[in-house]
Design a protein around this ligand. Structure first.
Ligand SMILES: [Zn+2]
Length: 154
């Protein structure tokens, strides 16, 4: 009775896992379709910066910082690369940088979906395991001995 309830619960969990995988595959495929033809983008973050200058006497040393200045910033191989962006180009470049951020975000989403699918498949895999202890495995010597024993009986 308890075995039956446990079995039913296991089947229910497996069924949920299968449904979840199908949903994730749809979501994954939808995201991938959207990534196939990306619009132009720039692989940097657009950073707004306010700063102090090198003059000894200036308002910026009393809280009135200079700026904003904009930079395209990129971290790669442990190095940071900053490229100055003139004010009149900020609006256009912001669009390009936002697209990159969105694209990267979608890739992160895909990785998370893929990981969830793998985790669910691992659970499904476990449900199909047959423990060797239930396979009636015996050493050949032992088998021979039992056979002999049987034959020996009158
Ligand atoms: Zn200053």
């Amino acid at each position: 009775m308890i075995d039956n309830i446990e079995q039913a619960e296991k089947m229910r969990i497996l069924s949920e896992a299968r449904k979840r995988i199908v949903d994730l595959q749809k979501e994954k495929s939808r995201i991938e379709q959207n990534l196939l033809r990306p619009p132009p983008m720039v692989p940097y973050a657009l950073i707004e910066h306010y700063g102090e200058c090198g003059k000894k006497v200036c308002r910026c040393h009393h809280g009135q910082l200079h700026g904003p200045y904009w930079y395209l910033s990129q971290h790669r191989d442990g190095k940071t690369r900053n490229i100055y962006v003139p004010k009149e180009k900020v609006e256009k470049i912001q669009v390009l940088a936002d697209r990159y951020k969105q694209y990267e975000g979608k890739l992160t989403q895909l990785r998370a979906i893929q990981k969830e699918i793998m985790d669910l498949l691992k659970e499904i895999e476990k449900s199909a395991y047959v423990p060797p202890s239930k396979m009636n495995l015996k050493r050949p010597a032992e088998r021979k001995w039992k056979r002999k024993n049987k034959q020996g009986k009158p």
